[in-house]
Structure formats: structure tokens, C-alpha cells
Write a protein that binds this ligand. Structure first.
Ligand code: ZN
Length: 594
């Protein structure tokens, strides 16, 4: 972390910054809680520690410092998060706040690329209004788009020219930046170098793709030609420093407030579907752009909702991408419902032909994911033969196992058995097993924190000077007698904390379950632990370790007796007596209870 970031972090009040995004209420001496902005919940499991300056969500395990919060909620990188927080705190930015010259150059380039895209968008809009745009205007009118709709989505037209856009933009940036924008193509030369650039999009309807702040970062371009010379129906911007296909959800910038309000997102495949549905008043709609969901997209969506209603195209290719997306969303704990429109229509045509009320009704009538999958299994493997039933079941089993909740799995398995007419005891048992097994998600708050662990975690995590002796006591005990601590649920966290340099305690514990326990210990804290508390915690750990060893020995002694191995028995008994004595001594030295 740069000096500037360090300064900003010291001056920023994480509570104030987070309160700018969500409502917090005081929950303890030094901590606040509220509804987590990163997952959907009804009772608050999101905590902010005013003194230790971190947040932690016990629901989705999101945690970090003020920069990670702002980075996550604004979907920006670290340097940008630092600038935003500095701005909020009124800390003037130094001329250049970058950790390296490359980073500075990268940021300058991205800013320039945004300008290029903005100008290109305006250019395409002008072209659509101009004389050459008439074919495109006709096409759009044919798709039911009004001038207002076209304006809202900034739809445009790229003229039939290899240099119209290049001429417009060439004064704005150097050749290298123009190439990096993805707005141009070039041919490889005989010597391996790249030839001059020319317009990538020609004679196409231009749909801008925006980032979450609503700035254009790429385009999808639809051809207006038919026949041999038409080329691909859709051409997209390539991956650029601004745009990565797997990290953008089309229309999220416009849809996000409606998604939060309605507490679900409507997911469609095509951009045209999305635009059409949105413009008719259903505003919580986003599109995947025809490919399966990526993990980054899931993470982005989760910040707004964990309920998704999916309305994909009924064709086979659509169903494959749909199933992959559904599988990923399921694994990530989303609640999913599936819309199937009758007549095999896509959302765009359905809403135009049947109206928004019929479409709203179809969304309301969406089926649970399990019902949809069972139905699909029956279609793929029709008939009542046991062979077909086994195939249908094998298709469903992975879907069942994927569900994080045991209750949903049970329900799904029971429904499948009933609807597929599975009467074989063996198959039923397989379904039951699928429902029983597989919980990849960590069950939260199952490892209750003991008082001893609370004391040790706090002793190791707090780096105040007045806590230094306590910290050292705990760290030394951990280093010298690691076996005493091994059985603790927080062993990993304790280890990482005792080895850390000056870093934030929440940063050094990587495992999310362990971090949750640490957060719990820190959030309950009012002051660092007293040295006496630490000493007695260590002593208790030692006692427990001895008791464990005693238990082991008792079992070994019983075993030696059974075997009649008296030499071994004598040895083990002696060890046990030593342990008994050690334990007695410990008890005698115990400080009187305060
Ligand atoms: Zn959360």
C-alpha cells in the first residue's frame, strides 16, 4: 500500500464511508451492523468495526477494509477505490497516485479509451439519424423500437466505410491507443507487423455496452445485410483494457436500482430481448449476451440480488448455456425460477405480440428450477422403461447435489422420484443419498468460538502498543507448543496472526470460515485482553492438551492389557502418571479466580 493510500486509510472513517451506501445502526461499543449490500438478507449480518476499521459479513463472508468495500460496491480496482475514498474524506489527491509508472500509463489509457468510446457512440447516433441510417432506422422500427427507446440505449449506426470512424477519432489519440480501443481492425503484413487500421464495424446497427456506471466500454454490432456478403450476424468488440466479456452484465447500469427494489433480476439471453423488455417497463432485466454465466458475473450480480428469474430462448443451444448458467447460480446459492413462454417465443417477440401484461403474468408463473429440470429430463428421456428412468435420474443427480440447502435437495429428490415414477428401491436410495451428501458451502457459525479462543485471537490480532506483552505471550506459546493448539477450530487463524508483520489482521487470515471467527472475536471486543487473561487461556489450552493425551493413553493402556503386553503397559502407565502429576501442578499454579 502506498503512503498516500496509508494516509487515506488512517483518516477515513470506515463507518461514515459505508453509511454513504447502506444504513448502519450501532450494535456495540465499537461496532455497527446493517443489511449486507453484497448478498440478499432480511436480518443484518453485516458488521463494521469502528476502531479496527474493517467490515465483515457473517452471511456471505465478505470482509475487508474501507478500500475493499468501496472497490467491491463500486466495482473498481484498488487505485480507483483509494481515490474515491480520498474524495469522500476531502483529502486532496496528489498529482499522480499510482504505485508504478505502468499503472499510471494504464489508467491514462483507460481514461482515453472511455473518451474514444463516448465519441464513437455519439458518432454512431448521428449516423443513425443521418441519410445513410435509414435502413437501420427501418430495421429498428421493425423491431418495435421507438425514437425514445433508441435514444435511451444510445443505439447507433456504423456507416458503410472503412475510415469514417477512424477519421473522426484520429485526432483524439495516438495510433497505439486507437488500436487498443477495439474499434478498429488491421491486417497482418508480410513482415509480421500490423497494417494500417480501419473501421471494425461497418454497415451495422450499433448497441453500446456500458459498465456499471453507465459509461460505454464496448459495442455489439448487428449486420443489416443478408446473404453471402453479410458476414456474421453479430460482431462484438474484442477484449480490451476496458472490456472483458465475462465481467459485464448487459444493462446492469440501468437495471440495478429496479433489481434491488423488486428483489430479483430477470435474466434474458439477447441484448435485443433485454432492451425490448426494459423499454416496456420491466426494468430489472439484464442479459448474458448469449453465453454461459461466468463466476465474475455471478459475483457482480450477487451485490444486487440472490434471486434470478431466467427467461432464455427455448432453442437447444440456448438451453445448454442456460443450464450452465443455472448450474453456476445454484452452486452460488441463488434462488432460481425459470420462465417458459408458450409458442416457443423469445422474450422480445412475446412481449411485442402478447403485451406487457401477458409477459408479467408469465414471469409470475415462472417455475421452480427443480420442476423445470424434471420436466426437461422427462422430455429428453421419455417413456417408462427403467433404462430411460435411470438416464433421467443420472441427468438430475448432479443438479440435486449442487443445491447448497439440504431441504431443497430433499424436496427436489422427492419430486423427481414422484414425477419420474421411480418405484425401484435402489433408485430411490440413490436419490436419497444425493440429497444427503454434498454441502460444499461452509456451514456458518457452526464452530462456536470458545472464550479461550476469543482471548487468544484478540491478543494476536490487536497491534496496539499496550497490547504488546499479551500479543507476545500468545505468539510465543503458539510457536513453542503448537501441538497444544492444534485441536482448536481457529488454529489456522491463530497461526497466520502470530506470524503476521504489521498487516491488518483481517487480511492475513485467508480462509473465509476462519476469518468469520476472527471477525466475531474482534467485533465482541471492547479492549485488548489483560495479560492475566492470556496466561490463563494458555494454561487452559495446555490442560486440555494434557487431558487429550491422557485419553489417548487410557485407550492404549486398555489395548495393552487386552494384548497382555505387560512391558508396554508399564511404560504407558508411567507416562500417564507423569501426565497426571503435570496436570495437578498446573491446577495448583492456577491464579485465583478474579
Ligand atoms: Zn453479505
Amino acid at each position: 500500500m502506498s503512503d498516500f493510500a496509508q494516509t487515506v486509510k488512517q483518516q477515513a472513517d470506515i463507518v461514515k464511508v459505508i453509511e454513504g451506501y447502506i444504513r448502519l445502526r450501532k450494535a456495540g461499543a465499537q461496532n455497527y451492523s446493517g443489511l449486507c449490500p453484497f448478498h440478499k438478507e432480511k436480518s443484518p449480518s453485516f458488521s463494521v468495526h469502528a476502531v479496527r476499521q474493517f467490515y465483515h459479513c457473517f452471511g456471505c463472508q465478505a470482509s475487508g477494509d474501507v478500500f475493499s468495500f468501496v472497490g467491491k460496491i463500486e466495482n473498481v480496482g484498488f487505485p480507483e477505490a483509494v481515490r474515491i475514498v480520498a474524495g469522500k474524506c476531502g483529502i486532496p489527491l496528489p498529482k499522480r497516485e499510482f504505485s508504478s509508472p505502468e499503472e499510471a500509463a494504464g489508467a491514462r489509457q483507460r481514461a482515453r479509451l472511455l473518451e474514444l468510446h463516448e465519441t464513437a457512440t455519439t458518432f454512431f447516433e448521428e449516423q443513425l439519424r443521418g441519410p445513410e441510417g435509414s435502413v437501420a432506422r427501418e430495421y429498428l422500427a421493425g423491431r418495435g423500437l421507438t425514437p425514445e427507446g433508441i435514444k435511451a440505449f444510445r443505439i447507433g449506426y456504423s456507416p458503410d466505410s472503412f475510415n469514417a470512424l477512424r477519421d473522426r477519432l484520429s485526432g483524439m489519440a495516438d495510433n497505439e491507443t486507437l488500436r487498443a480501443s477495439g474499434l478498429f481492425s488491421s491486417k497482418e503484413q508480410g513482415d509480421g507487423g500490423q497494417g494500417p487500421i480501419y473501421d471494425r464495424f461497418r454497415r451495422r446497427v450499433m448497441f453500446p455496452i456500458s459498465n456499471e456506471s453507465g459509461r460505454v466500454i464496448a459495442f455489439t454490432a448487428r449486420t443489416l445485410d443478408t446473404g453471402d456478403k453479410a458476414g456474421p450476424k453479430y460482431v462484438n468488440s474484442p477484449e480490451t483494457p476496458l472490456y472483458s466479456k465475462g465481467q459485464v452484465l448487459f444493462n446492469l447500469d440501468k437495471a440495478k436500482s429496479s433489481i434491488r427494489q423488486h428483489e430479483f433480476a430477470l435474466l434474458v439471453e439477447g441484448q435485443m430481448d433485454c432492451i425490448s423488455v426494459f423499454l416496456r417497463g420491466i426494468q430489472n432485466v439484464i442479459a448474458t449476451s448469449g453465453t454461459a454465466f461466468t463466476e465474475q458475473q455471478v459475483a457482480i450480480l450477487r451485490r444486487h440480488t440472490s434471486n434470478v428469474v431466467v427467461n432464455f430462448d427455448p432453442d437447444a443451444a440456448g438451453s445448454n448455456a442456460a443450464e450452465k448458467s443455472i448450474a453456476l447460480l445454484t452452486e452460488e446459492g441463488f434462488t432460481i425460477k425459470i420462465v417458459t413462454l408458450d409458442g416457443g417465443l423469445d422474450p422480445d417477440r412475446y412481449i411485442r405480440e402478447r403485451g406487457v401484461e401477458a409477459y408479467t403474468a408469465a414471469i409470475k408463473g415462472s417455475r421452480r428450477q427443480s420442476d423445470y429440470l424434471i420436466e426437461r429430463a422427462r422430455q429428453m428421456f421419455p417413456g417408462a422403461s427403467s433404462e430411460q428412468k435411470v438416464k433421467a435420474m443420472n441427468y438430475l443427480l448432479p443438479h440435486i447435489r449442487r443445491m447448497p440447502e439440504k431441504l431443497s435437495r430433499d424436496q427436489f429428490a422427492a419430486d423427481a422420484a414422484q414425477k419420474l415414477g421411480i418405484d425401484s428401491a435402489v433408485l430411490r436410495e440413490e436419490l436419497r443419498q444425493a440429497a444427503l451428501k454434498r454441502r460444499d458451502h461452509v456451514e456458518l457459525r457452526t464452530t462456536a468460538l470458545t472464550e479461550v479462543e476469543r482471548v487468544l485471537l484478540r491478543a494476536l490480532a490487536i497491534s496496539d502498543p499496550e497490547n504488546e506483552l499479551s500479543r507476545r505471550l500468545a505468539a510465543e506459546a503458539l510457536a513453542q507448543q503448537p501441538t497444544w493448539f492444534e485441536h482448536l477450530g481457529t488454529y489456522q487463524a491463530l497461526q497466520s496472526l502470530s506470524g503476521r508483520a504489521a498487516r491488518d489482521p483481517m487480511d492475513v487470515v485467508e480462509d473465509s470460515a476462519q476469518r468469520a471467527l476472527l471477525a466475531e472475536a474482534l467485533l465482541a471486543e471492547t479492549k485488548p485482553p489483560e495479560q492475566a487473561e492470556v496466561l490463563s487461556a494458555i494454561q487452559e489450552i495446555q490442560e486440555r492438551a494434557i487431558e487429550n493425551r491422557q485419553r489417548d493413553l487410557r485407550a492404549q493402556i486398555a489395548e495393552a492389557e487386552r494384548r497382555g503386553d505387560y512391558a508396554d503397559l508399564a511404560l504407558l502407565t508411567q507416562q500417564k502418571l507423569d501426565l497426571d502429576r503435570a496436570l495437578r501442578q498446573l491446577h495448583n499454579h492456577k491464579p485465583p479466580p478474579s
